[in-house]
Design a protein. Sequence first.
Length: 387
Amino acid sequence: MKKAIIIPIYLRLNKPDELPYLEGLILTRRAIECLKILEDQDFTLILPVCFDLSGEDEEVALLEMDRFFRDEMRRLRKGKTLILSSYRLKQLREYLDQKNFRHFSFLMDLKGFSKIRNIGLLLSQALSIEVAIFIDNDEVVEDPDYLKIACEYLDQRWNGKRVRGKGGFYINSDGEILLPPQHLWWKFLWNKTKWMNRVWEMILSSKDRLVPSPMLLGGNFVIHRHLFQSVPFDPYIPRGEDTDYLINSSQLGFCVLFDRQLRIKHLHPERKGVYFQEELKWDIERFLYKRQKTKMGLGVNLDPYPGYFLQWTLYPKAVITSLFLALDYLWRNEWKRAKECIANVKMIFQKRDEDLLNYLKFRKDWEMIMRQIQTQEMNEILKSCWI
């Protein structure tokens, strides 16, 4: 199988001089360095890189950062590495415009969890990759057989269905799979950690290696080309794009399972700021959107998580949790954040039919552009991306 490891990289900075010292770049170096442990080195490394820059002459600054990043990566890995950064994004969009996909090209972006992953899949298609393996830059591969495990059972039959994708575990810094419990009083109706751990306990208790799962983790996710040629990540969902991909795939009859042996160390950096009101808003938006999608039918059981948040009780849970969090902020005299929480109540009852229709149109266009990329090569773009 022709394989690619895709590491989406997001680097936020005010000026190019900050790039060498960014935590995101330090993590990226570590993630790429650890790939040397792999027994199987026959893979292409694809790096979609977002330079989220403010306050500079963008064109000149992006070129400067692109050059620096490429030089850094050359020191880490020799050959078979493809980098598409914010500087090269314009070239890709122009290619899509020439193929009469102007209405599609603006959704090809490096900002956004789903969008940057779609760039990785688009490049995989252009390279005729059979297996795309997503990991994140805050992770470390510790098993020399990781790539071998990732490809096992893929495109083979399991319980009468052909396996087109697989997810795997995160191993936390303490060596555990289960997440540490949270004890925030305002979260008693919104305890995602509790329900996610229920999923992991269910999978860990199984005797089978491959297990149907209601959720996936985007930083340890394997997709066969027969799947990613048909199903993109949804660019209209703010977060939770990994489990959303599972829902979208199942609705088209694709089999995506959880592999109990597929594991990667997750070393999430310490958070410098906690923005509960922002995370809650994104959670409410994505659960409302997923709830709407599930009405189109499901090929997978989503209980206990995210199913707990996709029932009609989502509405009162979202309202009560938003108000409780607002009270928590008011107690700490954070009036602006409290106001943002209260604004969630209005958002909860907004219609979302347009986003779903836009995604269905996007998915149709995705299949068409994937077929064109397969028959009409992107050699000029790829040539400028290799290091």
